[in-house]
Design a protein around this ligand. Structure first.
Ligand code: ZN
Ligand code: ZN
Ligand code: FE
Length: 740
């Protein structure tokens, strides 16, 4: 059976819902492995392991490494994953592992499939890998020649994507080309038995990159509450003592980042556990080779300054991932803010000169070095939800690992949306999604966007024949697409959201897709964001949406949630305060007050009416605050949002004198109940949840739990973001479908 036939088998079985499958819960898991996994007996090993555990499915070599899928009882799948790691062939080295949990496909045997078509043509560009245990040992061993050397790395760890200039990946085509290896390094590099055999960034104190200031100075600056600009792996980071409220405040003011939560780097997992409640899955994500920022619950222990993340129910925490970070944390063993080296929403600075210019007014002290960074890669953000990893910002440690999709794609380039932009290219059955680029509001960001496109095309020797973009005519990305001269397919924003989630979850057959976010161009003149689609292949039927309301002031309503509240009250003839009343003429004439069906804006309105937040200093803040308000309250109580009509909900909410926690919970529950209502109305048993609103963990988990209890299969994002960082993937698959 070849890969295409496997796809057919899947679609014929996908109508099975979990409650029709007898016995323990059956699932399918896919693990995409990179590293030395080909030609080392990995496929037969996976085959034997699957047979032993009586699991079915397949394994194949891909351009990026190896992909294995197994299907069977969930407990056996967990066992398979852990033994895959523990018992792998001696010569195999697994550098990265991305796991996706999928619906069972009904496979009846285990097979070794032929390699993906075109696999040989695509070079495998690895992401940057956190410092391995061996290198860390050498780094801290006074007898080792790399003792305290901040650029220590080996074949199993170190920078990759951020140093590669061109393919094939070889030292002269990396930013390490400026450094001549010394005799000792060259010996390691040439010795097949050495851990540094062909380690392109190999270096030592005698021949490699050097710091341009001392770690001691940097640590002293942190201790004194100053702001440090540190040249990291994928760009500059701004660091300051996370226990020092004044230092954190200074960073906020200088960076023009008023309230958005800051991420922290903790010296060790033990230290992180002092301040946060960290599950095993969260700890594993933190300690993985990708070493992302993981969103975790605060433990409530004192010590972290209150202005680090005062509006979020979560703290973003990561561990040191480069030798430089390890050494700095050794000198300053305390939690530090570690945020992107940029001004508010601009792209991260990567060159020393750029950093001096752009960060000069923010940082007190610079810790730079002379290893150039080839391209920006911010720290990635993940969270564990429903027991699974969900990537919210895909950059360092993940990019440019491919996402496998269910069918071959033409040479399509997807240019993404406007906020949290990423771009993607389709290569065979793989979609390579760029690292997070950012909001395309500034010239810097647009430059970064164009460089990311050039970069992917060059690294993968890729010539796009088709461009996919958003339907919004004014997005910078759309305009770039129109100027390209190539055929363009414009994809509706929320179609792209749900198609992205369906693609990464390998969903086939019809499904009900909920595309909920703050803003997306609807194509009918309205701003969408509370959409329910019945999807079959590339066909979208908008079966329901949130009742529309006017957004007085348009864009201004995104920051000023009270405007949305005023609009709802005005529509219902409910009394308003003086400020809100001033919007009435705008609403009556429909002037600068576009219609919207956005759930994000309904969140803003509810947050304002509940007295939680009248305004948002960053996208989604009012919703985040409302979620946080629920705390640990557990209740099934709900307002009424039947058919997506917010009238009863708003009337109930404004009359509610209950505690804010209960009001917040009843609002979230109303949204979850509307999802259930739509799903029960539909004959389809597969539900896809996508869009920025589903960054809300309470809503997502509640909706998923209720749907699953009714025997429905629920799909949420895993490997790509549920926010606009994920839409390039959806655009790519939909443009491909429309082109064929
Ligand atoms: Zn290493
Ligand atoms: Zn050397
Ligand atoms: Fe969106």
């Amino acid at each position: 059976m070849d890969a295409a036939a496997a796809g057919t088998a899947f679609s014929s079985m996908s109508a099975l819902s979990p409650d029709q499958i007898p016995g323990p819960r059956t699932a399918r898991v896919r693990a995409a492995l990179c590293g030395a996994v080909q030609g080392v007996g990995f496929r037969p090993f996976a085959y034997r392991l699957a047979s032993e555990l009586a699991l079915n499915s397949w394994v194949l070599n891909s351009s990026a490494g190896l992909v294995v899928e197994v299907e069977g009882p969930e407990a056996a799948l967990e066992q398979f994953l852990s033994r895959l790691d523990r018992e792998k062939p001696a010569a195999a080295v697994v550098l990265t592992r991305e796991v996706s949990w999928l619906a069972p496909a009904g496979f009846t045997r285990f097979e070794i499939l032929a390699s993906d078509a075109g696999a040989e043509k695509t070079a495998a560009v690895l992401p940057d890998l956190a410092t391995c245990g061996d290198c860390l040992g050498e780094l801290l061993d006074p007898a080792d020649r790399r003792y305290l050397y901040p650029f220590t790395n080996c074949t199993n760890c170190g920078p990759r994507y951020t140093i590669i200039l061109d393919i094939p990946y070889d030292r002269p085509r990396t930013t390490m080309r400026e450094f001549q290896m010394c005799a000792a390094c060259r010996r390691e590099y040439a010795d097949p038995r050495d851990r540094r055999f062909h380690a392109q960034p190999n270096a030592c104190p005698a021949c490699g990159p050097r710091l341009e200031a001392t770690l001691r100075e940097a640590a002293e600056a942190l201790a004194a509450g100053r702001i440090l600009a540190l040249k990291g792996i994928g760009g500059f980071q701004l660091l300051t003592d996370a226990r020092n409220t004044e230092a954190v405040e200074r960073l906020r003011v200088r960076k023009h980042r008023e309230e958005r939560p800051f991420a922290m780097m903790m010296p060790s997992l033990a230290e992180a556990r002092r301040y946060c409640a960290i599950s095993d899955a969260e700890a594993a994500a933190m300690a993985s080779a990708a070493a992302p920022i993981v969103l975790v619950r605060p433990s409530g222990a004192p010590g972290i300054a209150p202005n680090v993340a005062k509006h979020s129910p979560y703290l973003g925490v990561m561990l040191p991932y480069s030798p430089l970070h390890h050494l700095l944390m050794r000198e300053f063993p305390h939690p530090v803010i570690a945020t992107s080296g940029n001004l508010s929403d601009e792209p991260i600075a990567i060159s020393n000169q750029e950093a001096r210019t752009r960060l000069g007014a923010i940082a007190d002290v610079f810790l730079t070095h002379d290893r150039p960074i080839a391209r920006p890669a911010d720290d990635s953000v993940v969270r564990i939800s429903r027991g699974r990893e969900s990537v919210l910002r895909r950059a360092r440690g993940y990019a440019p690992l491919p996402v496998r999709v269910g069918r071959e794609l033409p040479a399509v380039l997807a240019v993404g949306g406007h906020l949290k932009n990423t771009v993607a290219i389709g290569v065979g059955r793989q979609v390579i999604v760029s690292q997070h680029i950012g909001d395309l509001d500034t010239l810097e960001a647009r430059g970064a966007f164009e460089r990311a496109i050039d970069d992917l095309c060059r690294l993968y020797d890729f010539k796009p024949e088709l461009i996919a973009c958003d339907l919004h005519p004014d997005y910078a990305s759309t305009q770039w697409a129109r100027r390209s001269g190539l055929p363009v397919v414009a994809v509706q924003h929320h179609h792209a959201h749900v198609a992205s989630c369906a693609a990464e979850n390998d969903v086939s057959g019809p499904y009900l897709g909920f595309g909920w976010d703050g803003t997306g161009y609807g194509g009918d003149g309205a701003i969408w964001g509370g959409e329910v689609f019945l999807v079959d292949g590339a066909r979208f039927e908008r079966v329901a949406h949130l009742r529309t309301f006017r957004l007085p002031g348009g864009e201004a309503a995104i920051r000023e949630g009270w405007r949305s509240a005023a609009s709802l009250l005005w529509t219902l003839g409910i009394e308003m305060d003086a400020r809100a009343r001033r919007l009435a003429p705008l609403l009556e004439k429909g002037l600068n007050a576009p219609l919207t069906s956005s759930v994000g804006r309904l969140f803003d309105a509810a947050s304002a009416l509940a007295g939680v937040a009248r305004e948002s200093r960053f996208e989604g803040q009012a919703a985040m605050l409302l979620e946080r308000e629920i705390g640990s309250l557990e209740t099934g109580e709900s307002y009424t949002l039947a058919g997506g009509d917010w009238e009863p909900l708003i009337r109930e909410l404004v009359a509610d004198r209950g505690p804010a926690a209960l009001i917040a919970a009843k609002f979230h529950n109303a949204l979850a109940n509307w999802i259930i209502e739509e799903a029960e109305r539909s004959a389809v048993r597969q539900v896809v949840l996508s869009g920025g609103v589903f960054q809300n963990r309470y809503l997502t988990e509640r909706a998923a739990t209720l749907l699953e209890a009714r025997g429905m299969a629920v799909y949420t994002h895993q490997r790509v973001p549920t926010n606009d960082g994920g839409i390039a993937l959806g655009q790519a698959v939909l443009a491909a479908a429309s082109a064929s």
